[in-house]
Design a protein around this ligand. Structure first.
Ligand SMILES: *[C@@H]1O[C@H](CO)[C@@H](O)[C@H](O)[C@H]1NC(C)=O
Ligand SMILES: *[C@@H]1O[C@H](CO)[C@@H](O)[C@H](O)[C@H]1NC(C)=O
Ligand SMILES: *[C@@H]1O[C@H](CO)[C@@H](O)[C@H](O)[C@H]1NC(C)=O
Ligand SMILES: *[C@@H]1O[C@H](CO)[C@@H](O)[C@H](O)[C@H]1NC(C)=O
Length: 380
């Protein structure tokens, strides 16, 4: 009954989507390199190579495409039309391959697009655009040279690192002992990779579910990874550096569509967890969780220039399996002009502006450095 009710309630809602902005994280990937010296799962276990999308990741990406097709096939993603739909990816192979897998499943050739009746009948070529790795401010912001951002992260990191290493010292010592490799906050990713191995069918080491301080070590690893990863993105100030360009691109596209200056129906972006985390923090709608593979943030422009934002954070193909994220300070159907004013201060409107804020040397002095300065004055 509840399902029926929510179906009735939701169905008309995505039929009136006029424009869609979507950004997803790539699918499941291989670790960057051998996670730790005694790890038994070397490159032989990763047939597509370190860093690359895995077979699991391709499957997840195809499911994301099915989800998007089901959700938007009556509105903005009816068939592939290059004047209406733009697909853009970061330059990382895993993001490009994810985009290719997603669009293959969103847009099987239909009607006049059918070009083959044999084994390729469900596939047609669809362009996926990219920008060079070094300066993709929108979809690979973590690779931009940005001293002001780095300083902000580093200053804060020292304190958090000390706290976490102390709070979880017994767990970290146990893990380090089991794998014969020192594990701390700063290199927690080494053991977090065990989870990636697990996603790919490689058995867990036997120690990982042992409990220390009443909690399986696996849970502690995930928690420390969550803290260390989100520390890079978890404020509006950080978000301005990492998502300001994307947020600006979204606002400009929405404005053009609302003013009938653009006939686009959907902009689909293939990117990384950091991009999605920063975007969610920039819009004050993060749930403080790690962004899973092929998670997708969808901003829908509805009739009457109202916007709604949804998060798909599962690998479900069910078009209703999403969470609506409510923008603080706005109603459930947020008028575009209100949304625009709420995000005004996190927008970065040009490469020049980004370079300016990245090179600015004034970072807020911490209490600690103020005391040091006062001391120096006093001593002189
Ligand atoms: C990877 O490990 C397997 C044994 O598990 C071994 O046979 C193989 O030589 C190793 N490959 C490399 C490239 O080290
Ligand atoms: C543990 O690591 C040290 C180097 O850090 C190495 O000398 C030693 O052989 C390793 N022991 C095992 C059992 O792998
Ligand atoms: C998905 O998002 C919802 C809403 O923010 C949250 O309650 C849930 O814990 C998230 N699930 C995962 C796997 O991140
Ligand atoms: C987010 O929160 C900040 C400060 O709490 C506020 O100034 C801003 O308008 C909010 N923005 C959105 C999009 O909710």
């Amino acid at each position: 009954m509840r399902i029926l009710f929510s179906l009735i309630w939701i169905l008309p809602c995505f039929a009136d989507v006029e424009f869609l902005l979507a950004v997803w994280r790539h699918g499941d990937r291989a670790p960057e390199s051998l996670p730790y010296p005694n790890d038994p799962y070397n490159i032989t276990f990763w047939p597509r190579g370190w860093n690359q999308l895995t077979n699991v990741g391709i499957e997840q990406s195809v499911k994301l495409g099915t989800f998007l097709r089901r959700r938007y096939k009556t509105s903005v993603l009816q068939k592939f039309d290059r004047k209406q739909v733009l697909i853009r990816s970061s330059d990382a192979d895993r993001a490009i391959e994810t985009a290719q897998s997603v669009v293959t499943s969103i847009f099987p050739p239909i009607g006049e697009q059918a070009w083959n009746t044999g084994k390729y009948r469900y596939w047609q070529p669809i362009p996926v655009r990219t920008n060079p790795k070094s300066d993709d401010m929108m979809l690979r912001p973590s690779k931009i040279h940005c001293p002001a951002y780095n300083r902000l992260i580093d200053e804060e990191k020292r304190e958090i690192e000390e706290d976490v290493d102390w709070k979880y010292r017994r767990e970290l010592d146990a893990i380090s002992h089991y794998i014969n490799h020192t594990v701390r906050y700063s290199n927690i990713k080494d053991v977090y990779n065990i989870l990636l191995e697990h996603y790919n069918g490689l058995p867990f080491p036997d120690w990982i579910l042992r409990e220390v301080n009443g909690r399986p070590l696996l849970d502690t690893i995930v928690e420390i990874r969550r803290i260390s990863r989100l520390q890079k993105f978890d404020s509006r100030e950080k978000s301005k550096y990492m998502a300001g360009f994307l947020i600006n691109n979204w606002i400009e596209s929405l404005t053009d569509v609302a003013n009938r200056k653009s006939s686009k129906k959907a902009l689909l972006y293939s990117s990384h967890d950091g991009t999605l985390s920063s975007l969610l923090y920039g819009l004050n709608i993060s749930n403080h969780q790690l962004v899973p593979y092929t998670a997708c943030v969808m901003l829908e422009l509805h009739t009457g220039n109202k916007i709604k934002i949804f998060l798909r954070n599962s690998t479900s193909e069910d078009p209703n399996d999403v969470h609506q994220l409510l923008i603080p300070g706005c109603s459930e159907e947020c008028p575009l002009h209100v949304f625009r004013s709420l995000v005004a201060d996190v927008r970065v409107k040009s490469q020049h502006e980004l370079e300016k804020i990245c090179s600015s040397s004034i970072s807020k002095p911490t209490i600690f450095s103020s005391i040091i300065l006062l001391l120096i004055f006093y001593l002189l």
